[in-house]
Design a protein around this ligand. Sequence first.
Ligand SMILES: [Zn+2]
Length: 157
Amino acid sequence: MVFKSQMNQALEEARAAAGRGEVPVGAVIVAPDGRVVASAGNRTRELNDPTAHAEILAIRAACAAAGSERLSGHDLYVTLEPCPMCAAAIAFARIERLYYGASDPKSGGVAHGPQVFDHAQTHHVPEVYDGLAAEDSAALLRAFFGARRGKGTTPGA
Ligand SMILES: [Zn+2]
């Protein structure tokens, strides 16, 4: 099968999240047969749920679609380096490949901070590919936080 990045759809989800006043992060999950089975953007404010990150919402939807708590063979695209919570969820879900856009030195948990996948205790380590459409992803975040600067909002995705 020819590799087809779904990062553009993840970016669309990120833009939609920004339009809802959410931190602009989007995620897409692709089944082993190449179908997109879930896509989501952040909804922490809308749902009053600090765990409602794009990756978590996409994993929940993809698991429901698969009728399984595991997503073996699935790929996850996300516009920003996953935080430690999402990285742990990606490991629990047995995601096969993780593609992410911008790196997140402040809140990331893959290449930064806890570096979740490097821990011996991690159940499953996906293949990780970073830097896909990183500049587009970072520009969305900069625009979002630039517009809100001084309004007392807390970053974090
Ligand atoms: Zn997260």
